[in-house]
Design a protein around this ligand. Sequence first.
Ligand code: 8DG
Ligand code: CA
Ligand code: CA
Length: 330
Amino acid sequence: MGKRKAPADEDTPNHDFCEFLLELAEYEKNVSRNIHKYNAYRKAASVLSALPTRITSGSQAKKLNGIGEKIAKKIDEFLATGKLQKLENIQNDSKNAAINLLTRVSGIGPAKAQSLVNEGITTLEQLDKHKDKLNHHQIIGLKYFDDFEKKIPRQEITEIETVIQKHLRQLDPDIQITICGSYRRGKDESGDIDALITHPSYLRKKNKNTLKNVVGALQKCGLITETLSLGDTKFMGACKLEEGSVTRRLDIRLTPYDQFFCAVLYFTGSDMFNKEMRAHALEAGFTLNEYSLRPVGSTGVPGEPVEIHSERDIFDFIGYPFKTPEERSR
Ligand code: 8DG
Ligand code: CA
Ligand code: CA
């Protein structure tokens, strides 16, 4: 997953509010480790970013779904003073800054970052001298710290997709690949590459070697350069288009054919959109995840998965107006 969350869209009328809300969200996730507050700030930023007009007071903002008293007060403070004292304090605390920095290393989560900082490791240089404290994923994350923070231009992902497609065809012409994530939502640049593969003969029963064969072929041709983890259904690693190119984060997931559309929907995101869609599914009496859509009976026990033949089917079943991938970005 992209580690540095995209800054708020600069050309929306409320982007400065979104910016401080997203920064507070990162603080809650990385330092306080309060996932509820993290979600609340993200939700508020998402609501504000979709507004076509400028918010001029906290009380006006409070009328919006997802903005309560506390965030309204922050908007008033920001409007009055042009800053937020809470955020200034957070930014001026060197321990917070160190935790935030270390969580930008792929594989280092908030808990690991805190324990490193508690041991006195606060910079990447110090981290480099204490690689014994890191696992394989984190060591690779540190090695490619700069590369992994660089956004990937859309064109480069298209080229990588073409290379993958060529090798998949040689392996088995029936394997299908879809690049999901922000790329599928039409973004000009992405934080990483989220590839989903499936095969018509892969229905529940797993072929243990499919993903390993795919990864092997892509290593052999030089595209895949690092492996962070590799299981039967999920590869996490890195790839490089050619010698001298930037090293990119690449995830590949193998999904059963009958779960393909739920997986495509889930991995296309955005994660805020997924949250909204899951909430809507629940209201309509369904439970939705990356594997299936299932009706929930009055007992609360999910039934058998609904048969799905397209992404649109999922929207139809829960009575949610269809949105193209490009419309799912907030
Ligand atoms: P980016 O890489 O350009 O930053 O954006 P992205 O493609 O939207 O984000 P991502 O972090 O790569 O995640 C890909 C999709 O996976 C995301 O759009 C929706 C889905 N997803 C969730 N929740 C989570 C989660 O907690 N972690 C990850 N890695 N993916 C998630 O809905
Ligand atoms: Ca990802
Ligand atoms: Ca992504």
